[in-house]
Design a protein around this ligand. Structure first.
Ligand code: ADP
Ligand code: MG
Length: 463
């Protein structure tokens, strides 16, 4: 196969044989390729001609051709050969005949198209997410210092800056604080804040609307690129990873600041290709942990003050002790208290607090799920005894129960490091846990029964 779309002249009319083969390919592959990719790529292909063991397909979008050649050509050829014989070769050509030409862009129309896409996905920085309003504590001070360093000295030492931590610990707040700082101090610079999911959707849209140039203009014409929640990038979509890689490379080479957040360190993102990972390794990687008791207390005091809410000290302490992992939940608790207090026309006190928040999840350390509970629950469900789960047996059902236990430990006990989870299972290597987690995730993707089973185990452990 040639790597570039060929612009040679192919016979204009698609003949019957080509159409028949193409129909079969289309049907077979539609069953094997996830719908969102299939419709993006395959609906832009047409049968052209079948001559001398060559099946010509065509598309008027060279991006589509590029990705099909990269990802799907062998699957296409496999079906074509089953249909028409071992020697069949598939050629995909760029169709630039008149009827398929994209509409001519009149002056201004390109800009308009660009503006449309931009407004539909543009996410504004939340002006409240500033460094001033970020409460510093041992759990987040490195991340905060790194973010401030990046904001003050764009592209000087922390590039790319990668910030990771669990949900609700302040990653988005810090990223937007960088953006707000730059906006304030260098208003002429272009800032792009994009959750990975938005990037992905925009890319799908750009491909299907054949509007890649507007996507490139949007993501490459920036001085500060804030890329949030990279863990949501679809692992099966090579072309997304590729687009991210090229975007980062382009920005990096042009000395632009890149900041990325994720829920785990880059080397644990099983979904990321090596070259993206090594790009991150070359910058600065910092983590944010859930805040400790004092920091939680300080955050609550500040937020209460901002909300002009009088909350007695014993209530603040009660909240700090009860909600331990997510700042977001601390805020939610205050909002609920304000609501109840206004409704009942009664100042906030401890008794009201306990009653008002009785439905909120309990996160205090006393309530935390333990490895022993996980072992007990898994052992009952899978009829394997606990010692076996912790042991070294390679028997299939025992290994499966062990993987599930590690998976649950990793997802339900955020305070435990990978190394300590591994130790609790008598393993010395923390990658064992990652391996188990990935294994279960992969299985869950394919096996609904397992997914339901895991959900039930999770609920049983949590409540
Ligand atoms: P993440 O992106 O890590 O899930 P967010 O940045 O969305 O978390 O934070 C959740 C909420 O908690 C936000 O409203 C944020 O302002 C607040 N928050 C988190 N950490 C802090 C902090 N150290 N000081 C003040 N507010 C914080
Ligand atoms: Mg976030």
């Amino acid at each position: 196969m040639q790597s570039e779309p060929v612009r040679e002249s192919v016979p204009e009319e698609s003949d019957v044989k080509a159409t028949v083969i193409w129909q079969n390919i289309y049907e077979k592959l539609s069953q094997n390729i996830p719908e969102q990719f299939f419709s993006v790529f395959f609906n832009h292909l047409k049968a052209k001609k079948y001559v001398e063991n060559q099946l010509f397909l065509s598309s008027d979008d060279d991006q589509v051709i590029h990705h099909i050649k990269k990802r799907y050509i062998s699957q296409i050829e496999e079906v074509a050969r089953a249909e028409a014989g071992e020697n069949v070769q598939v050629e995909i050509v760029l169709d630039d005949t008149q009827e398929n030409k994209k509409p001519i862009d009149f002056p201004g129309s390109a800009e308009k198209k660009k503006a449309d896409t931009e407004t539909s996905h543009q996410i504004l920085l939340n002006p409240k997410y500033t460094f001033d309003r970020f409460i510093k504590g041992p759990s987040n001070e490195h991340a905060m210092a790194a973010a401030m360093g990046a904001a003050q000295n764009l592209n000087e030492f922390h590039n790319p800056l990668y910030i990771y931590g669990s949900v609700g610990v302040g990653k988005t707040h810090l990223m937007m604080a960088i953006g707000n700082f730059v906006l304030q101090n260098s208003p002429w610079l272009k800032i792009q804040y994009t959750p990975a999911e938005t990037f992905q959707n925009t890319l799908f849209e750009a491909i299907s609307k054949k509007n890649m140039s507007s996507l490139k203009a949007r993501y490459r014409n920036v001085d500060v690129f804030l890329f949030d929640d990279i863990q949501f990038i679809n692992e099966r979509a090579d072309f997304i990873q590729e687009e991210i890689f090229h975007t980062f490379n382009f920005l990096y080479q042009n000395k632009k600041q890149i900041v990325i957040s994720g829920d785990r360190p880059p080397q644990q993102l099983s979904t990321l290709h090596d070259r993206l990972q090594s790009r991150f390794q070359s910058g600065l990687i910092v983590d944010i942990k859930p805040p400790n008791f004092e920091t939680r207390l300080a955050i609550l005091k500040t937020k209460a003050r901002e909300m002009q809410l009088h909350v007695p000290q014993n209530v603040l302490e009660y909240l700090s002790a009860r909600f331990t992992t997510q700042v977001r939940i601390l805020e939610a608790a205050l909002i609920k208290l304000r609501f109840v207090s206004e409704l009942e026309k009664h100042p906030i006190d401890l008794q009201m607090t306990k009653l008002a928040l009785r439905d909120m999840p309990n996160e205090s350390p006393g309530q935390q799920i333990s490895i022993d509970e996980i072992l007990r629950t898994v052992s009952q469900t899978f009829h394997v005894n606990e010692a076996e789960i912790k042991g070294n047996s390679r028997t299939e059902n025992i290994v499966h129960a062990r993987h599930i236990s590690m998976f649950l430990a990793k997802s339900l006990i955020p305070s435990m490091s990978l190394a300590s989870i591994a130790r609790a299972f008598g393993k010395s290597d923390h990658t064992t846990v990652l391996h188990a987690e990935k294994k279960i995730r992969d299985l869950m993707d394919m096996d609904d029964t397992l997914r339901v089973q895991i959900e039930e185990l999770t609920n049983e452990l949590k409540f």
